[in-house]
Design a binder for this molecule. Structure first.
Ligand SMILES: NC(=O)c1ccc[n+]([C@@H]2O[C@H](COP(=O)([O-])OP(=O)(O)OC[C@H]3O[C@@H](n4cnc5c(N)ncnc54)[C@H](OP(=O)(O)O)[C@@H]3O)[C@@H](O)[C@H]2O)c1
Length: 210
């Protein structure tokens, strides 16, 4: 395993400086998975908060090339993307030497991402679901997931919570999930999804959710 300094040295020999911001601050030699967060760029030097006009088109080819170099240098075990549509993945795959291992996207029983899941399965790209509970009560999220009458009925029938039904449904779609809680009991609840399953009828009802 190369150290970060050695990796930087190796990459500078090709004329490029490749590094993963904050890797050293985290006290890590490498990441397990390194993602492009969003398929857009900000004007150089800008960060949060930013204005709409500061968003620029991303140069996928060179960004992905740098990501590939990070993997080749051992700075990360795998590389992937987030918030990429089928079209954007298609464009990326046209020039990628290493295909993305993962596409992390918003997914829950109300936003099922069927077409994207089919596309990714065909291309061997694993999907990870974020905001699996809809981030209830936030300006950017929706209450419709946790307040869904259909999900509440399925939860009652199974003696589970709506959150557990959402997480189990995602798991049964062969999708991994990142759920967030600051509450110890809810963290425990969110882990208790592996020793039971949804019935065919439950799955059919969820599939029918518009
Ligand atoms: N790649 C991206 O662009 C992207 C975008 C958004 C989010 N993410 C990542 O996705 C992860 C999770 O997504 P998220 O926070 O947006 O959505 P989420 O996990 O669907 O929602 C989190 C909210 O749900 C509550 N919650 C958690 N478990 C619960 C349960 N069992 N019952 C009731 N409420 C529960 C939490 O409150 P308590 O803390 O009070 O339990 C919190 O308010 C985060 O790690 C985030 O970094 C990635």
């Amino acid at each position: 395993m190369m150290t970060i300094a050695e990796a930087a040295l190796a990459s500078s020999s090709t004329g490029k400086t490749i590094s993963i911001p904050l890797l050293g601050n985290l006290g890590l030699e490498y990441l397990d998975l390194y993602l492009i967060h969003f398929p857009a760029s900000l004007r150089p030097g800008l960060g949060f908060p930013f204005e709409k006009e500061d968003i620029a088109a991303m140069d996928y080819e060179s960004v992905w090339e740098a990501m590939e170099e990070c993997q080749l240098l051992g700075l990360t075990k795998s590389i992937g993307v987030s918030n990429f549509s089928c079209k954007k993945l298609h464009n990326l795959l046209a020039t990628a030497k290493i295909p993305p291992a993962v596409n992390q996207v918003e997914m829950n029983p109300l936003w099922q991402q069927k077409r994207l899941r089919e596309f990714c399965e065909e291309k061997g790209i694993h999907i990870t679901a974020y905001s699996p509970l809809g981030v209830k009560g936030t300006p950017w999220g929706t209450n419709l997931v946790m307040d869904s009458q259909i999900l509440k009925e399925i939860a009652t029938t199974n003696g589970k919570t709506v959150a557990q039904v959402c997480l189990r449904w995602i798991y049964e779609q062969r999708v991994s999930v990142v759920v967030k809680s600051y509450n110890k009991e809810r963290m425990k609840e969110n882990l208790e999804i592996f020793d039971w399953k949804l019935s065919t009828e439950d799955l059919h009802k969820i599939e029918q959710i518009p």
